[in-house]
Design a binder for this molecule. Structure first.
Ligand code: ADP
Ligand code: MG
Length: 348
C-alpha cells in the first residue's frame, strides 16, 4: 500500500511547490483566513503550513492519511462539477509516503483535545494529545528522503524557492481577503494582511511601481450552452440552482506596453479562482500583445476567468494546473479580443 502511495506521490507531488499547492488548497478548503508558509532550503528540508481553519478531530486526522478517504465528495453533483479545490483524497497519503510529516490539529471544540501525529514514509510513529489552537499545522520534512531517484530531480534551493514563492503569490492574489505569509529560513518573502480589493493585494505583493503600470480590464460574453442539457430532476441536487445562461466573465489587470518582463512568470491565469497553466490562453495573451511589445518580451497579465464549472475539465492531470475547455476557440478569442480592445483603448 505504501508503494501505491509512493506511485501516486509521483503524480501528485514532484517538487516542494506542488506540496505547498496541495496543502494551501487544503487550508483554503478548511476555511482558513490566515495561512503561514515556512520553508527551509527551498522546501527540500522543511515545508510548514499553519492555518486557522476548521482543524480535524482525532479520527479525521488519522483518516486523512488513508488513500481516497476524502471528506470532500458530498453529492453526485460534486462529481459532475467539482467546485471545491481539492477532491481526490490522495495528496496527504502521497506526501506522507515520501517524507516525514508532523501534524498538529485541533477543531477548537471545548470537549475535544488537539492531536499531534508523526508519520515517516507513510508509517504512523506517534499519536499524541496536543494543546494547540483551532487550526492545522503540517510540517513536511526531508521530502523524498526514501525515494532517492525522485530526490535527484529536485533543483537548486533557489529554484525550488522561486517556485514556492510564485505559488504563494498566486494564491494570495486570488484571495485578497485572506492573510498570507511566506517565510524562508526566517526571511519574510510575502506578508499580505487582508485587504478588500485585488489592486491593494497587487500593491502588497508587487509594489507601487508595478501597480502604477497596470490597467484594469473587464469583459463578459455568453457561452454557447448547446449540448449541455439540464440534468433530469431526480439527478439534481435540490439545493443547487438550475443551470445559469452560461456567462463567461473576465476581469483582471494588464500591463501598459511600456512595462515588460522577460519571463512568462509574469502571466497569471485563474479559472474559477483556480490557478491554471494553459497554452491556449498564453497564446491568446501573446496574440493580444502582438506588435504592441517586442516579440522577445512578455507582458504582465493577471487574468481571472469565471465560467460555469461544467465548461472546464480540471481533471486532465492530477496536479490540476492543466485544464480543458469545452469551448476552446470561443474562450481563446474572447480573451485575445478583450485584451486587445483594452490595449488599443489605452494607447496614448
Ligand atoms: P482532499 O483534499 O482531496 O480531500 P487530501 O489528501 O488533500 O484530500 O486531504 C485529506 C483530508 O484531510 C481532507 O479531506 C480533509 O478532511 C483533511 N484535511 C487536510 N488538510 C486539512 C486542513 N488544513 N484543515 C482541515 N482538514 C484538513
Ligand atoms: Mg487536498
Amino acid at each position: 500500500d505504501q508503494v501505491a502511495n509512493q506511485i501516486a506521490a509521483g503524480e501528485v507531488v514532484d517538487r516542494p511547490a506542488s506540496v505547498v499547492k496541495e496543502l494551501l488548497e487544503n487550508s483554503l478548503d478548511a476555511g482558513a483566513n490566515r495561512i503561514r508558509v515556512e520553508v527551509e532550503a527551498g522546501g527540500r528540508k522543511l515545508i510548514r503550513i499553519a492555518d486557522d481553519g476548521c482543524g480535524m478531530s482525532r479520527d479525521d486526522a488519522l483518516l486523512a492519511f488513508e488513500r481516497h478517504a476524502t471528506s470532500k465528495l458530498r453529492t453526485a453533483n460534486d462529481l459532475l462539477s467539482i467546485a471545491t479545490l481539492g477532491f481526490r483524497g490522495e495528496a496527504l497519503p502521497s506526501i506522507a509516503s515520501v517524507s516525514r510529516v508532523t501534524l498538529e490539529t485541533s477543531t477548537g471544540e471545548p470537549e475535544e483535545t488537539g492531536t499531534r501525529l508523526e508519520i515517516a514514509g507513510g508509517n504512523i510513529l506517534h499519536v499524541d494529545d496536543a494543546a494547540v489552537p483551532r487550526g492545522t499545522t503540517l510540517s513536511i520534512a526531508d521530502l523524498f528522503f526514501n525515494t532517492p531517484a525522485r530526490r535527484k530531480f529536485l533543483r537548486a534551493e533557489s529554484t525550488e524557492l522561486a517556485h514556492v514563492t510564485a505559488l504563494v503569490t498566486h494564491y494570495a492574489l486570488v484571495h485578497p481577503e485572506k492573510h498570507f505569509e511566506l517565510v524562508s529560513s526566517s526571511h519574510t518573502l510575502v506578508s499580505a494582511p487582508p485587504v478588500t480589493r485585488t489592486a491593494e493585494r497587487i500593491y502588497q505583493i508587487f509594489g507601487k511601481e508595478t501597480l502604477a503600470q497596470l490597467l484594469p480590464v473587464a469583459a463578459e460574453t455568453k457561452l454557447d450552452r448547446a449540448g449541455l442539457p439540464e440534468p433530469p430532476p431526480w439527478k439534481r441536487d435540490p439545493d443547487e440552482p438550475a443551470r445559469d445562461p452560461g456567462q463567461l466573465r473576465l476581469s483582471g489587470f494588464y500591463s501598459k506596453p511600456e512595462l515588460q518582463k522577460l519571463n512568462r512568470n509574469s502571466i497569471y491565469i485563474f479559472v474559477n479562482k483556480r490557478l491554471i497553466r494553459d497554452r491556449l490562453l498564453l497564446h491568446a495573451i501573446t496574440e493580444a500583445y502582438r506588435n504592441v511589445i517586442p516579440p522577445t518580451s512578455y507582458p504582465v497579465v493577471l487574468l481571472f476567468l469565471e465560467m460555469p464549472p461544467e465548461e472546464v475539465d480540471v481533471n486532465v492531470h492530477p496536479a490540476k494546473t492543466e485544464v480543458r475547455f469545452r469551448q476552446q476557440n470561443l474562450i481563446h478569442d474572447f480573451v485575445r479580443d478583450s485584451l486587445r480592445t483594452a490595449l488599443i483603448k489605452a494607447r496614448p
